[in-house]
Design a protein around this ligand. Structure first.
Ligand code: EPU
Length: 417
């Protein structure tokens, strides 16, 4: 696929668009299948690059994957190969989630250690410490994390220093097959994690409290394959709603769960958007110019860090000054330079972004630095005068299926070149 998206700004978006299953849930379901041999079926799966990379990880481990019409069937062998190589982990950090499953299933795992990324260094110390408390030992062998638990894992009581999504998931995946009971305290409460627990329970796992800060797991000796429909992607939904609001249009997102975006919708309302919901849809009408609002990203149910760049784009044309505080990552600000080239006045000061609203943005050549930054730049392009050309647009394909088609269906003048 070509790597450039071209937007001719200034069209008001109108209409409705469906969302698919959440990237950050389906990647974990895929890893969870490794816990039970046999054929699993995952539905509502987006055809995005990250899902393709995870199928490569699973193939490397010995599973076979068929992906058609949003349905992913995975056949897991009796004896998976406990290894995730560097080229795949480097392409997608989420590959490290195989650690918990492989340790639980095979008693060992060799997973390349991911480096930092554009969000700053992203350590996995919580994952490692939690798995050590379950009886695993770790060694670093030339950049590869070698984990072993020859006598199997045992249940434990873990208090996470921070409610890390990935650490909670890795520990949950390991604990469902461990001997005895485990408790994860200060656990992440994200809807995608709750969805992972639901999938695991369909496989026969005994889990209480997923979606709360304390998750209790009673290990079972084995699990069976399951069928599951992935929870809708709140980030895909939120992105199209902000796109519509930025264009001062009206966009309805269907097949979503409005309560998963409670804080994000509250901030859109505060910025002057009209917001209405049904049990499975959200409609947002944007104002001619947003009101400034202050936002702080926090673990769920707080404002999602992965909606931060899109909101900064939106607030860049507000009638006043907003402050967005990033509390999850040390840095995810590279996109500010790109927005600045379009005329936005948004600068980072420590973990805060100070956004002095301007009346207009102007189209130019920009880079999509990562998935959400790419979406944010496209949102700015919808409002910008003239043509915005987004290079490295493949970043956007990591998280959004049919991004260009969906925005075009809402009336945007957008093309892939
Ligand atoms: N952290 C540590 N040590 C650890 C684990 C995390 O210090 O052992 C820190 C991280 O460095 C970060 C913070 O804790 O500063 C939160 O990290 P978390 O573990 O919660 O994030 P993650 O599991 O690596 C997932 C999503 C991200 C999303 C975050 C926060 C997936 C595949 N990724 O990452 O999604 O931003 O949760 O909600 O689920 C995206 O979709 O674009 C994306 C980046």
């Amino acid at each position: 696929m070509s790597d450039t998206i071209v937007i001719d700004g200034g069209r008001r978006l109108e209409g409705s668009v469906p969302v698919l299953g959440a990237k950050n849930a389906v990647l974990k379901h895929m890893v969870a299948t490794l816990l039970a041999p046999g054929r699993h079926r995952i539905e509502n799966v987006p055809d995005i690059v990250d899902v393709r990379i995870m199928t490569e990880v699973l193939r490397h481990v010995g599973a076979s994957c068929r992906f058609e019409d949003s349905v992913l069937e995975i056949d897991v062998p009796d004896a998976p190969a406990p290894e995730a190589p560097l080229d795949l982990v480097r392409q997608m950090r989420a590959s490290i989630l195989v650690l918990g499953s492989l340790l639980a299933r095979c008693g060992s795992a060799r997973v390349a250690l991911p480096g930092g990324d554009d969000f700053g260094s992203r350590p996995i110390d919580f994952h490692v410490r939690g798995l050590e408390a379950m009886g695993a030992t770790f060694e670093l062998d030339h950049g590869v994390l070698v984990a072993s638990a020859p006598d199997g894992l045992h249940g434990t009581d873990v208090f996470l220093e921070f409610p890390s999504v990935g650490a909670t998931e890795n520990l949950l995946l390991a604990a469902v097959l461990a001997r005895g009971a485990s408790t994860i305290r200060n656990a992440a409460r994200e809807p995608e994690l709750e969805d992972l627990a639901e999938f695991l329970m369909k496989m026969g796992a005994k889990i209480d409290g997923a979606g709360t800060s304390t998750i209790e797991i009673h290990g079972v000796p084995d699990l069976s394959p399951a069928v599951h429909r992935t929870v809708p992607d709140r980030l895909e939904a939120g992105t199209y709603l902000v796109a519509g609001a930025m264009s001062a249009g009206t966009v309805t997102v269907v097949d979503c769960v409005p309560e998963h975006l409670r804080m994000e919708l509250a901030k859109l309302r505060a910025a002057g958007c009209e917001v209405s919901t049904t049990p499975s849809s959200i409609t947002v009408t944007g104002p001619e110019r947003p009101q400034p609002v202050d936002i702080a990203t926090l673990p769920y149910p707080g404002f999602h860090t992965d909606m931060h760049p899109q909101l900064v784009s939106f607030l860049s044309v507000a009638d006043g000054t907003s402050i967005v505080t990033e509390n999850i990552y040390a840095g995810r600000f590279r996109y500010l330079g790109e927005l600045g080239r379009m005329g936005a006045q948004a600068v980072a000061d420590g973990q805060h972004v100070v956004i002095r609203g301007v009346e207009t943005l102007s189209g130019c050549e920009v880079d999509a630095c990562d998935i959400r930054a790419g979406a944010a730049i496209a949102i700015a392009g919808l409002r910008g005068e003239g043509v915005t050309t987004i290079h490295d647009a493949a970043h956007i394909d990591r998280g959004y299926q049919d991004f260009v088609l969906k925005l075009a269906s809402l009336g945007a003048a957008i093309e892939r070149h």
